[in-house]
Write a protein that binds this ligand. Sequence first.
Ligand code: FMN
Ligand code: SF4
Length: 775
Amino acid sequence: MDLGNLLKLPEELLYLWHVHRTGFLLSAGVVFAILRLSIHYRQSRRQKVALTPPLGTPTDEKIPTLSSAPPLKTGLPDAEGYDTTGPLPKPPVQKSKQGPKRVTGVKRGKGANDALDDGRPGRRAVQPYLFYFSLGGSTKAYAESHASILSSNTLSNENVLPPILHDLTEIDTDDFFVAPPKSSSVSPAYLMLLPTYNIDTELLPFIDQLKEIHHDFRIDTAPLRSLAGYAVFGFGDKEGWPSEEEGFCSQAVEADKWMSRLTGGKRAYPLGVGNTKGEGKDGADARLQVWLEGVRDVLIGINEGVGLGEGVVGSGEAVESADEDSDDEYDSDGRARKSKKTESSTQDLEDLGGQRAPIAIDFTTPGRGLTKPAASEPKPMVPSNSPTYASLTKQGYQIVGSHSGVKICRWTKSALRGRGSCYKFSFYGINSHLCMEATPSLSCSNKCVFCWRHGTNPVGTTWRWTVDPPEEIFDGMKQGHYKKIKMMRGVPGVRAERFEEAMRIRHCALSLVGEPIFYPHINQLLRMLHKERISTFLVCNAQHPDQLATLDHVTQLYVSIDASNPTSLKKIDRPLHKDYWARFIRCMDILREKRYMQRTVFRLTLVKGFNVEEEAEGYAALVERAMPAFVEVKGVTYCGTSTSKGAGLSMGNVPFYEEVVAFVQQLEKALAKRGLDYGIAAEHAHSCCLLLSDRGRFYRQIEGADEGKKAWHSLIDYEKFFDCLESGEEFGPQDYVGRPTADWALFGNGGFDPRDERVDRKGRPKEMAGKAVEI
Ligand SMILES: Cc1cc2nc3c(=O)[nH]c(=O)nc-3n(C[C@H](O)[C@H](O)[C@H](O)COP(=O)(O)O)c2cc1C
Ligand code: SF4
């Protein structure tokens, strides 16, 4: 190359740059991006490898497919036997509690049981793991002897595999509780049998570890979400630790709570507890057996695609009953609660202390705008596509047929969780978890100012709708009630034994909303209930004397008395019947006659400024006329609906408990002045409610006690009631008087069942308040 050409080189290069600079720059950018991406990819691969659990952990465990499941042995093989002889390799025992936690948890979605991992349709087999802890050996023995309940019965259901037993001290907690065993064809379910020790045992660090795993920021707060479900059963000693507050089965309670968190609320069955010092059906053995049978049915249900059951938290069902993390009704310590948003809408009348639930519906009065002339063809009262149907369903009612409804009340839920029954337990011995609240007629003829039903219900003064047969109503009510009870299965704090008892209805409160005696076949419906030995409390609004007169036996007959004179009654009940006072008075006279046939009750709901002041004398006159066996007096509960606000109701109309007491004492005096001997037989301060009772009939000699030793007898002997009915003979209230009223329910003692734990709305232990309690 000559010198001239050489000198031209920079110029040439500059020219080339100008021509191709865009191409150069673009290529350089692409090369740079590729380099960056490849470095990033290599780094993330390295990280993934580091997070993969070591071989041999249950994550890699080869879980048997259906065909390779170990055959069930007769008699229960011991835990060692399962782990070594079956195709499931025993997870390595790694005592690594001091070392750093392996981070293996991943966030999983719902519906793990719907399809196999490879996307093929089909259901996974359920693999129960039975974990236990045992210091003295009894829990181990229980685990080994009772696991066969799960196995033997699941033989018929080949998609539930025989349980695998694990001693909690022999496994590495992380191996099972940071991530559950993985398989494309099997869904694991964890069952735990745990004693409680108030001394230092290995159970304590285990429970702490559950808590730590939940709080470990490196992993999902619910790493066991992919489990099919879990359930815990505790063993304890009631002689040493008589109640849960005193520590009975406290470690099982704790473990249940943390398992709920770790699984995202997948409690498959309520926490069970067994008293090792108990006997017969109250002994640990019997309790465990019933509990395992319940768990077994749920596991079968999971496999059959029912999931954890409708409404159970974590089930993935549309209607989950509570959210363990965000709810706020249930919980004192992180256990699930119900959201405030839905709270008011799901309250019901009896929740509110049993006040009547009148519906703002015009039944009757032609020309008042609400009613249309009767159509030639009767129509359904609550058509399934109507706004009323949608509104009631949203409020938690199950509509039965076209005019009936059922709903489980707050007290039923509370009793299932050992947090107290309603006042009817204190007064009459009704266990709220055995009680069904229903109505065969959702319509009513009053528009009471304190009604919770927002005026959305149907109205009418004559029955102008299609009539469903009583069989259909009865079956539908039971079905709806049991369905709602089952929805409580996963709710924290539900006691296994109460849940099991609740699957047999013993009482029916025909008082939900509307007017039950309005239903044309009410007597047939009552007979069906009684035939199944379900007692009946029926509440009516004293506006339907003809129906009242022809009503058959009920266990206890209520009439709502919301005022003592026509002016007050019109103001507070806003009746649709023009002749409402005449109807009311006729009902008083009918009740007077009925007092020989059944227990009759006046239910007074006190609304300050409406029906309290200056009315004691008027109420006394009504009592004199109808001679009810009892007078229940309650403070109203403020519902805050626009209907009540529109009627001028505010919290100021809610009486304090002392004010209700003062009124009852005033009424007692007014009755005495008329020569009527009524006295305060019981109280339930929690729901601001007191019971006046006719001394002549219900203050009587205590059976088996010294002559002259008397006590209040407000309780009912339900079995005697049914015996009397079945005898076909005439009988009256004196024939089924129960035991004396419990001491704790007597006036001055509060009336809260001491077996239960009293809590406030947040689930915190609560002291008796002196104010009308909002319930
Ligand atoms: C030292 C000791 C402390 C205990 N503490 C409690 C307790 O706090 N609450 C309880 O309900 N039971 C308690 N128990 C009763 C045991 O939980 C019960 O006997 C259980 O069945 C023991 O199970 P295991 O034999 O499998 O270890 C305790 C027993 C012992 C011996
Ligand atoms: S009587 Fe039954 S329905 Fe009524 S509040 Fe009590 S438990 Fe609930």
